[in-house]
Design a binder for this molecule. Structure first.
Ligand SMILES: *[C@@H]1O[C@H](CO)[C@@H](O)[C@H](O)[C@H]1NC(C)=O
Ligand SMILES: *[C@@H]1O[C@H](CO)[C@@H](O)[C@H](O)[C@H]1NC(C)=O
Ligand SMILES: *[C@@H]1O[C@H](CO)[C@@H](O)[C@H](O)[C@H]1NC(C)=O
Length: 346
């Protein structure tokens, strides 16, 4: 199924590393049967651990297996940890320990203090991953994500490479330099990001607060137009939006990215480092779904400058933004691929 289309040279190491491969957004007969039955299992049980700022709710597939290689799987907006419900068994079967946390503002992850700013800035999302690892005494892990999860794993991999054995990220590199936050873009591109701008307004805030399910339904449909997601999958995600900080966090992500909300001062130093667009030097597999209008698929060359280690880029055909739920096999294979990439280059 893998058809190598081209090889590009890595600008920093001068080695042929970036392979562009095409993947179908396939689903097995078993997955289709699950969809027809419209039944969805969920990740359980949920565990809790405290960092300095959060009580993080997370699923852990093998809490007592301290020898297993760990992969941390990070969800996006407006989704939940159950995005990974079909990825987890595939990787568990290969001996991985999977940790799937609810982001700040989602599910039963909660802030320990009412006075902590409800910031969803990129530095906070990335640091939460490393704080979670510290709290669980996990030294190193593979980081994998899509959408907000890509932002989180990009940041964590770039700023804490010693904690990361490999990164899987949809849309390659989404770390933002605030200086370019207001760069002009084609109208067709801005039109796909309409909700970023709605969330800057009080109307957007109250609209999301009054109908979190309806917003998820709209964004799942618009951001993955060819994905026949089921009502059962949406039902499984909806409890994640009942967090008391959900609307603050969801809108803050876009407000902060568009410079309409300042960051939390406690992340100022990290935020400054991220403005320099730090290079990701850990082994990386990047995935561009070709049915995700907000971030059109690329061949990976435009983001090559942000990677200095081994990197493989795939276009995932027929897939929308939620790759792990729509195409769990592709996502699971990307995690195994980045692990192999790390071993080959050590
Ligand atoms: C987390 O911190 C809260 C508040 O300090 C405390 O009540 C709770 O027991 C802690 N939870 C864990 C799992 O340590
Ligand atoms: C999704 O549903 C539409 C309409 O029923 C159908 O035409 C299409 O083939 C389906 N797509 C997939 C990938 O199953
Ligand atoms: C990748 O895409 C860029 C921009 O669209 C194009 O200029 C470049 O030739 C492409 N590279 C390959 C190897 O296809």
């Amino acid at each position: 199924m893998l058809s190598p289309l081209c090889l590009l040279s890595n600008p920093i190491r001068g080695v042929l590393y970036l392979a562009l491969l095409s993947l179908p957004c396939s689903s097995t007969a078993l997955e289709s049967a699950t969809n027809i039955a419209d039944s969805v299992h969920t990740l359980a049980p949920i565990r809790y651990v405290n960092t300095s700022t959060l009580s993080i709710a997370y699923y852990d597939s093998a809490p007592s297996d301290s020898a297993a290689p760990v992969a941390i799987l990070v969800h996006g907006f407006p989704y939940s940890i159950d995005t990974y419900v079909d990825v987890v068994p595939k990787l568990s079967a290969k001996g991985y320990r999977l940790i799937v946390p609810y982001l700040r503002g989602y599910g039963t992850t909660s802030f320990l203090s009412p006075s902590t700013p409800r910031s969803a800035e990129q530095a906070a999302l990335g640091k939460d991953i490393v704080d979670l690892m510290d709290a669980l005494s996990i030294d190193k892990a593979i980081f994998a994500g899509y959408d907000w999860g890509s932002v989180a794993v990009n940041v964590a991999a770039a700023l804490w490479p010693d904690r990361c054995t490999g990164m899987v990220a949809a849309n390659s590199y989404l770390i933002q330099n605030r200086q370019t936050a207001w760069a002009t873009a084609p109208s067709a591109s801005l039109a796909t990001r309409w909700y970023f701008y709605v969330f800057l307004t009080p109307q957007g805030y109250s609209a999301l607060a009054s109908d979190t399910r309806g917003w998820a339904e709209t964004l799942w449909s618009r951001n993955s137009p060819q994905w026949n997601w089921t009502q059962a999958q949406l039902d499984a995600a909806v409890p994640a939006f009942r967090n008391p900080d959900y609307v603050d966090i969801a809108t803050n992500f876009y407000k902060n990215r568009l410079l309409y909300a300042p960051g939390d001062p406690s992340y100022a130093k990290l935020a400054g480092e991220l403005d320099l667009l730090p290079v990701i030097r850990v082994p990386s597999v990047t995935l561009d779904p070709d049915q995700a209008p907000v971030f059109p698929a690329t061949n990976g060359s435009s983001t090559a400058q942000h990677f200095s280690g081994p990197r493989v880029h795939h276009i995932v055909h027929g897939c929308g933004e939620n790759i792990p739920l729509q195409s769990p096999q592709v996502f699971a294979e990307a995690v195994m691929e980045v692990a192999a990439l790390g071993k080959r280059h050590n």
